[in-house]
Ligand binder design. Structure first.
Ligand SMILES: Nc1ncnc2c1ncn2[C@@H]1O[C@H](COP(=O)(O)OP(=O)(O)OP(=O)(O)O)[C@@H](O)[C@H]1O
Length: 223
């Protein structure tokens, strides 16, 4: 198992208490492809932050790749995140003043990849997403779909065990969204474990498993 959530809860206390996640159980095996859907405020971002080791549950346990993460201090959690989890966001998060290749190489800033290997691995990731012809371009000159594919190259070039995507097609037109979803299908076929948060049912249908969140509770839909 890559992900095991055991009765995970996350409460926020700001005057009143909000239970953003409530006794959530979830298992993700290596190679799974999961979509998470739900209305605004249901707990999707909270779930992604917990899965990505950006936030901690207030109850329950999260095992990542068999490791109980509640026992890890912040430094170890960051190291695990950097080595094992890739992120893709709706708004791409590319640096406009850097080239495509340089943006992908930002993934290695906190990692342990030897300097000499970095260009090769970034170039290989750009080849994987079909953008070798854009290596020296700046993000501002690319289409939305190309920008998202750069962000995906940056997320996968470190060889993560899990890729987390938050509304990855939210800023894309249908054709560009399709190219990104096609790429996700290919990455998953190559064995990458994927979790995609989306409002879009057509996008969620691409995943092999689909869960809905409502008021912090998770329900898996039969396929
Ligand atoms: N840092 C925080 N402090 C207080 N409450 C929070 C915090 N983060 C989230 N919440 C609350 O937890 C609940 C779940 O929020 P979350 O952002 O996970 O929902 P979401 O499904 O991602 O919504 P959206 O689709 O609008 O992004 C909401 O009631 C929200 O107000």
């Amino acid at each position: 198992m890559i992900v095991e959530l055991r009765q995970v809860g996350r409460e926020f206390r700001r005057g009143t208490t909000v239970r953003a996640l409530n006794e959530v159980d979830l298992d993700l095996a290596a190679g799974d492809y999961l979509a998470i859907t739900g209305p605004s405020g249901a707990g999707k971002s909270t779930m992604l932050n917990i899965l990505g080791l950006l936030d901690r549950p207030t109850s329950g346990e999260y095992l990542f790749d068999g490791v109980a993460t509640s026992g890890l201090d912040d430094r170890r959690r960051s190291a695990l995140r950097g080595a094992s989890i890739g992120f893709v966001f709706q708004s791409f998060h590319l640096l406009p003043g850097r080239t495509v290749l340089q943006n992908v190489m930002l993934a290695f800033v906190y990692g342990r990849v030897p300097r000499a290997e970095r260009i090769d691995r970034a170039t290989e990731a750009l080849d994987r997403v079909g953008l070798t012809h854009r290596t020296d371009f700046h993000p501002g000159t690319l289409s939305g779909g190309e920008r998202q594919r750069v962000a995906i190259a940056r997320a996968v070039c470190t060889g993560p065990r899990l890729l987390l995507a938050d509304e990855p097609t939210g800023n894309l037109d249908q054709a560009n969204a399709e190219s990104v979803m096609q790429l996700f299908d290919e990455l998953n076929a190559d064995g990458l474990t994927l979790v995609v948060i989306t409002h879009d049912i057509a996008i969620a249908e691409r995943a092999r498993r689909r869960v809905g969140i409502s008021d912090g509770r998770l329900t898996e839909f039969a396929r």
